[in-house]
Design a binder for this molecule. Structure first.
Ligand code: F0G
Length: 417
């Protein structure tokens, strides 16, 4: 009953994730033919470095095989045992790497993010009062960086505003703390700023992306999302010492510092993907498709996170199955049922994803108990979205007859996988 354990051949429409599942363009495929597979100093690496410097603005680049490779490096380099890392809601792999490095994650997202019906336009924002509270409790010397992401995956793909990143920067300056960005879907965040924040309507996604990143000290990236590639990622920073330490480590864990686990052809497709990702029309079409599905569900009054975010629809399993208690995994049940009924694959983002508390060993019970219907970029048509809507509707109509699940096996780390 875990959708990650299905064979893809057994899946009809695959909305498990938008990670590495997008379609590459003809330009990206042409780039694949230009792979310079030299062990060291591949020209594709330099194309990638140029693209990151141009669009994200950071000085130094360390390539990695995907996002969690970069999370590993940054966590090991800057977190000391006993440190606290405040962030705008946890992400599974990000928090685990912070914990494995000896840190404790502290959620500082605004309260609105935990309320599925609240229509706040920037539910990914950091609550500065929560940062103040943490620094008063533990002291700035135990906070290596503030960890921000936009849009916030676990909150439903909810964006963070430019005004808020600016406030975070000011807070970090005041306390001598670094500001690090999970840039995985940051171009989608830029689209939301363009649409919703005063003064940004005439700026391009590329300009907004750059302005946002300029408030931060560095970023890690899973290029499998925004950048439209099947594999790849990077860490980029402005601080030479952090770069030097991460570059030292990358050769141990990923590969040489000019490929970091990617083939030359992967880096070329990635460099081209960065350029394509910032095109305003692309983002409008991508987020527009997610919204189309969201509107069909909203019209039928199926409970989903509002407003609809960037990469997915998040079904509110608590409201969908009010008769299934959280300890019987309502969101996991919904993902399983949806697959059994229609062959549509989605995934759980609730108590199973939240894992167990490392201290007590108990389940963590997050406020949000969600089933994520994630849309890959440039893959499916509007007609597929209609089929997905019909599939969800069929279960909703029959919801009273569906029962919960029991945990019979779980691995130690990242059990939802
Ligand atoms: N940060 C965010 C916000 C992510 O969504 C992911 C991956 C990562 C970091 C880690 O990157 O997978 O390349 O190692 N999210 C995928 C998902 C797995 O389905 O949301 P990775």
């Amino acid at each position: 009953y875990n959708t990650f354990l299905l064979r893809s051949e057994e899946v009809y429409i695959d909305l498990l994730t938008d990670s590495g599942t997008s379609a590459m363009s003809d330009r990206q495929w042409s780039g694949m033919m230009l792979g310079d597979e030299a062990y060291a100093g591949s020209k594709n690496y330099y194309h990638l470095e140029e693209a990151v410097q141009k669009y994200y603005g950071y000085k130094y680049l360390v390539p990695t095989h995907q996002g969690r490779g970069a999370e590993h490096l940054i966590s090991q380099v800057v977190i000391k045992k006993g440190d606290y890392i405040p962030g705008n809601m946890y992400f599974t792999t990000t928090r685990l790497h912070q914990e494995l490095a000896g840190g404790t994650f502290v959620d500082v997202i605004i309260d609105e993010a935990h309320d599925t019906d609240n229509e706040h336009p920037f539910k990914g924002n950091v609550d500065i009062a929560k940062l103040d509270k943490l620094v008063a409790e533990v002291g700035a010397e135990h906070i290596p960086y503030v960890s921000i992401a936009g849009p916030v995956n676990m909150a439903g793909g909810q964006p963070m505003s430019m005004a808020n990143v600016k406030e975070c920067r000011q807070w970090c300056n005041k306390h001598g703390v670094k500001l690090m960005l999970d840039a995985t879907r940051m171009v989608e965040n830029a689209f939301f700023i363009q649409e919703r924040e005063a003064g940004y309507q005439d700026k391009s996604c590329a300009e907004i992306l750059r302005e946002f990143c300029d408030f931060t000290d560095g970023a890690w990236m899973s290029s499998k999302k925004d950048h439209l590639v099947n594999i790849g990622g990077w860490l980029a920073v402005n601080d030479w010492d952090i770069f030097e330490a991460a570059r030292n480590m990358v050769v141990v864990y990923e590969g040489l510092h000019t490929y970091g686990g990617m083939a030359g052809r992967d880096m070329e497709a990635l460099a081209i993907g960065i350029q394509e990702s910032v095109e305003d029309d692309h983002q409008r079409a991508r987020i527009g498709q997610v919204r189309y599905l969201g509107e069909l569900l909203t019209e039928y009054e199926i409970p989903i996170i509002q407003p609809v975010g960037g990469h997915a629809i998040f079904l509110n399993a608590r409201k969908f199955f009010p008769h299934i208690p959280q300890k019987e995994f309502p969101a996991q049940t919904l993902a399983a049922q949806l697959y059994l009924d229609s062959g549509v694959r989605t995934m759980e983002r609730g108590v199973v994803s939240a894992g167990r508390d490392p201290e007590t060993g108990d389940h963590r019970y997050p406020k949000l108990e969600l089933t994520r219907v994630t849309i890959p970029r440039r893959v499916y048509t509007q007609a597929h979205m209609d089929v997905v809507f019909e599939a969800i509707k069929a279960i909703y109509d029959d919801r009273e007859n569906i029962r919960g699940l029991e945990m019979v096996y779980e691995p130690e780390y990242l059990r939802f996988f």
